[in-house]
Design a protein around this ligand. Structure first.
Ligand code: SAH
Ligand code: SF4
Ligand code: F3S
Length: 481
């Protein structure tokens, strides 16, 4: 939040300012006025619910939505029984879309019992023309639809929708704009995502992200540093730098800068104890980055390095721009340079044309790298991507069998990799009270493993040393030392 702006001092009789973010602050003040009137009429403040689907980028975007709702005076709720409901959607795989349509059925019902309710949809799925057509035709009860490029306009769109009975649709095809200094309501007080870039230029042939998130744009390093300094002053000790491919950070800026250099600068910020980042594309992971990670006291011992496939032939069809051998060499180098690092990955099974031999190449890489963890996905055809037009879609039964075999291997590896830390003492950031047993706290190690141990709630947000006593497969039970 820009500390210099006091919403109550904004002149609401004036015309809305043209420049950003002043324009959005003006509309936040307008929304606040609307909330006051609502309160006078109903004897209570309006409630709002934000639901996030998809990746960490979306989670961070949702914190911006919540920040604006909070500034306007809405009270946050934890379920759809609310006056304003917004879904921040994902479309990376078809089942992400299905989930949203499923929830919409529920909302239609909810709206019948609260006719003043307003429903909004935003995020990646809204950037697909087919989806918007469907909403226009068959989901008239949705009041507001906007996309990924104009999310900064949320305050303005919220104000419009609160004062209109029409379905409002505002989708942009792209943008060059990055609007800084909008309010954010963080989910955790002690850790935060920080966008360092938006969009993606890689066009992996299966992936819809470049179409729905637009071209790659990096934030200026000084804006990123300023944001992290403010976060640190507000009690944040762990930051996760976010981008679809952080390894190409800064290349298109006027004063170009490497991702390694950005990490060095973030490292210097007092109060920040841990730095994570997501995601690294193997094709341009530099030696500089490995060096920075190796030397750093703050960059966490975890690297997510999506493989997607172990077959050079399939990797080519995927447009990933590396071979099986190059990937293995890179993973080997990282394990050699930083032995205690945890390596995780994403793998797609059943890409068009994938044969049993191709699949066995993937299994071979998984065996050799022995990932600490891997996210496995069944290929999902995304309209508009090059892979959707490819022939030889793999039969479902075949995909299922490969998926199960891969999952078994991945889990076996994850168990043995997890077990290698048994008996050691690790620093953990204490994140929350254990969901199943309130006498336990849950802490996250630098390598992203979780440990549960007895402790007092007051420790949440602190970094403490914990002895890893018992390995439970993918996590540990431990004690504070
Ligand atoms: N930018 C990140 C990935 C973002 S999407 C990267 O390049 O690593 C997250 C993961 O979803 C991808 O790594 C991929 O494994 C998976 N994915 C993307 N498109 C998919 C599709 N069409 N079907 C199945 N999985 C997909
Ligand atoms: Fe998708 Fe590839 Fe971009 Fe990742 S790098 S978001 S998988 S196109
Ligand atoms: Fe999904 Fe969009 Fe992220 S499609 S994975 S929410 S960038």
């Amino acid at each position: 939040m820009n500390p210099e702006i006091d919403l109550d001092k904004i002149d609401m009789n004036a015309e809305p300012p043209a420049e950003e973010p002043a324009r959005q602050y003006y509309f936040m003040a307008k929304c606040r006025e609307w909330v006051r009137e609502f309160e006078q009429k109903n004897g209570r403040r309006p409630t709002a619910f934000t639901q996030t689907f998809g990746c960490q980028m979306n989670a961070r975007d949702s914190e911006k939505l919540t920040g604006i709702l909070e500034q306007a005076g809405f009270i946050e709720t934890q379920n759809e029984h609310a006056d304003f409901v917004i879904y921040n959607t994902c479309t990376v795989r078809e089942n992400a879309n299905q989930k949203v349509y499923g929830h919409l059925g529920l909302l239609k019902h909810e709206k019948k019992s609260n006719p003043c309710m307003r429903i909004a949809l935003c995020g990646c799925m809204m950037q697909e023309p087919g989806v918007v057509e469907k909403l226009k035709k068959s989901y008239r009860f949705v009041d507001l639809v906007f996309g990924t490029h104009n999310i900064f306009k949320f305050a303005e769109l919220l104000y419009q929708t609160l004062n209109s009975k029409e379905q409002i649709i505002d989708i942009w095809e792209g943008t060059e704009q990055i609007v800084e200094d909008l309010p954010v309501e963080r989910k955790y007080s002690f850790k935060s995502g920080v966008n360092i870039m938006f969009g993606c230029n890689n066009f992996c042939s299966y992936c819809i992200v470049p179409y729905v998130r637009g071209r790659e744009r990096s934030r200026r390093p000084e804006d990123i540093i300023r944001e992290i300094e403010t976060l640190a002053a507000d009690g944040v000790s762990e930051v996760m730098l976010l981008g679809q491919n952080v390894n190409s950070y800064g290349k298109t800026l006027k004063d170009s800068i490497s991702f390694g250099e950005l990490l060095r600068r973030v490292e210097k910020i007092d109060g920040i104890a841990r730095i994570r980042f997501m995601t690294s594309h193997p094709k341009d992971l530099s030696d500089e980055l490995i060096q920075v990670m190796k030397e750093s006291k703050k960059v966490c011992r975890h690297l997510h390095l999506p493989l997607q496939s172990g077959s050079t032939r399939i990797l080519k069809a995927m447009n990933r721009k590396y071979t099986k051998e190059q990937y293995l060499e890179l993973a080997g180098k990282i394990r050699r340079e930083i032995p205690d690092i945890s390596l995780t990955t994403d793998i797609i099974v059943g890409f068009p044309g994938e044969t049993e031999e191709d699949f066995l190449e993937t299994m071979d890489v998984v065996k050799k790298v022995c990932y600490d963890n891997a996210y496995t996905f069944i290929y999902s055809k995304r309209t508009g991507t090059p892979a959707a037009a490819m022939e030889n879609q793999v039969p479902e039964a075949e995909v299922k069998s490969r998926f199960d075999r891969l999952l078994n291997l991945v889990q076996e590896n994850a168990r043995s990799q997890t077990a290698r830390f048994a008996g050691t003492v690790q620093e953990v950031l204490i994140e929350e009270v254990n969901e199943h047993d309130p006498s336990l706290l849950t802490g996250r190690m630098s390598n992203n493993l979780l440990v549960h141990f007895p402790g007092d709630v007051s420790l949440i947000g602190r970094i403490r040393k914990v002895k890893l006593e018992v390995c439970k497969g993918f996590y540990y039970m431990g004690t504070l030392v």
